[in-house]
Design a protein around this ligand. Structure first.
Ligand SMILES: Nc1ncnc2c1ncn2[C@@H]1O[C@H](COP(=O)(O)OP(=O)(O)OP(=O)(O)O)[C@@H](O)[C@H]1O
Ligand SMILES: [Mg+2]
Length: 409
């Protein structure tokens, strides 16, 4: 194929879809991956319009970082084409996937792309590999802390070392559970009144899933305004003496649903601003101490343990380990919490003082946010320097699943 032809690139995250044409620097279309449905008419709403239909039920497309709700993946992709004002038959389509995606899912994606959208050429690229290209490091250990999953992927000379890929559910949504618990206490359990913006307080019926969707938006805003990683570990229960020893300036968060008395809307955070993100490092300890309805197995791996388990599983030569450790790339929306990089370095020094590591998080936050989309545009335009990563319609019709298995390994 002529690799100078641009492709349409779609990066479906659990929370956000980024899409656009590969010749653009950044995705021109960024929208929630959730969709909503009117349960009486089955009418689907996608994108920011979800806010206009509080009575609809809100659903997700991905579970554990991979598609499961196949009935509506096509709606998401069609929404992309209609907003980009591009006919799906015109250009190649490139989508991203997590490295634990299944063969069955890949076949299904190809079927939708070729048979429903009738794209001429199609490719599925691995999101962490894309991130490694976006930061120009073909050897790297990619740590992606997103919304529903955290993954660790070792990459050597542009190839994913499959043995060392690991992932967990301890990412942004998991942190949300803890933030919600904290805010429940602060609002005397009155989360509907305090966490759903006033704009939605009408007489109109609001579904529970819509309420949760809006509450999660408030939690996302709270996280970006209020949280930071502590440089050292913090216990789940902090005594008043310990609290006095932690030097900090209190932070304040204005809840979105204005009450009559504005003071009721302001939440003050003391040590909690550092303590809440700790749940990503010690998920079992924090959850089993603080949340009543959820139990996390005691041997569940926090962020640093997950990285170490990836390295352990690799069973590779010492110099490859060192190259990976010198190129730890941290990405994903949850990596935006300040001082995460510092904390990861400190944890390594505490647990494995003999190892030297170097981390990198793209300081350009927009680029970090779009890293897998940007990397996918780079990969898709590299053409002949790579093994063929595309399948065209004729090949698909002739060779089908065998070719999919060979090309999208
Ligand atoms: N500044 C910030 N501080 C803290 N958390 C943030 C910040 N910005 C975004 N997040 C969180 O990052 C998560 C979204 O990350 P990202 O966009 O990488 O996820 P995704 O790619 O859609 O999902 P996934 O990779 O899990 O499939 C959400 O939980 C969001 O609340
Ligand atoms: Mg992601």
């Amino acid at each position: 194929m002529d690799y100078h032809i641009p492709s349409v690139v779609i990066d479906n995250g659990s929370m956000t879809t980024r899409a656009g044409v590969s010749t653009d620097e950044n995705p021109s279309l960024v929208f929630p991956t959730h969709y909503s449905k009117n349960v009486n008419t089955d009418e689907i709403v996608i994108g920011r319009d979800i806010n206009n239909y509080p009575e609809n039920e809100v659903y997700t497309l991905l579970n554990d970082g991979i598609f499961y709700n196949w009935d509506h993946v096509l709606d998401n992709w069609k929404y992309v084409y209609s907003n980009l004002k591009i006919e799906s038959r015109e250009l190649p389509l490139v989508i991203t996937e997590n490295s634990w995606n299944t063969k069955k899912n890949r076949n299904k994606s190809c079927q939708l792309a070729f048979e429903e959208l009738e794209v001429p050429v199609f490719s599925i690229v691995k999101a962490p590999l894309c991130t490694s290209y976006s930061v120009g490091r073909s050897t790297s250990l990619i740590i992606d802390i997103g919304s529903s999953v955290t993954s660790v992927t070792p990459i050597f000379n542009g190839n994913i070392l499959a043995k060392g890929t690991v992932h967990s559910k301890f990412a942004g949504d998991f942190l949300n559970l803890h933030v919600l618990e904290f805010l429940k206490k602060k609002t005397n359990n009155n989360i509907d009144d305090f966490l759903i913006p006033k704009a939605f307080n009408s007489d109109k019926k609001m579904s529970n899933s819509f309420k949760m969707y809006q509450i999660n938006k408030t939690l996302a805003d709270f996280k970006l305004s209020c949280l930071s990683f502590s440089k050292l570990p913090l216990d789940p229960i902090i005594t008043p003496e310990q609290s006095n020893q932690i030097q900090m300036t209190p932070r304040h968060y204005l809840l979105p649903n204005e009450q009559e008395n504005i003071q009721d809307d302001i939440v003050e955070l003391q040590y909690e601003q550092y303590q809440l993100p700790e749940v990503l490092l010690k998920p079992a300890l924090y959850t089993n101490n603080n949340l009543q309805d959820i139990k996390v197995p005691r041997d569940s791996m926090g962020l640093v343990e997950l990285v170490l388990s990836s390295l352990q599983k690799l069973e590779t030569a010492g110099d490859i380990y060192q190259q990976l450790l010198n190129n730890i790339v941290i990405t994903g929306g949850t990596s935006f919490i300040p001082d995460l990089e510092h904390r990861v370095i400190n944890e390594f020094q505490r647990t494995l003082p003999s190892l030297s590591i170097q981390t990198y998080s793209n300081p350009n936050l927009l680029e970090r946010n779009f890293s897998s989309w940007i990397g996918a545009t780079i990969l898709s335009s590299m053409g002949s320097t790579l093994d063929n990563i595309f399948i065209n319609k004729e090949e698909y019709e002739e060779l089908g699943e065998d070719l999919i298995a060979e090309r999208f390994k």
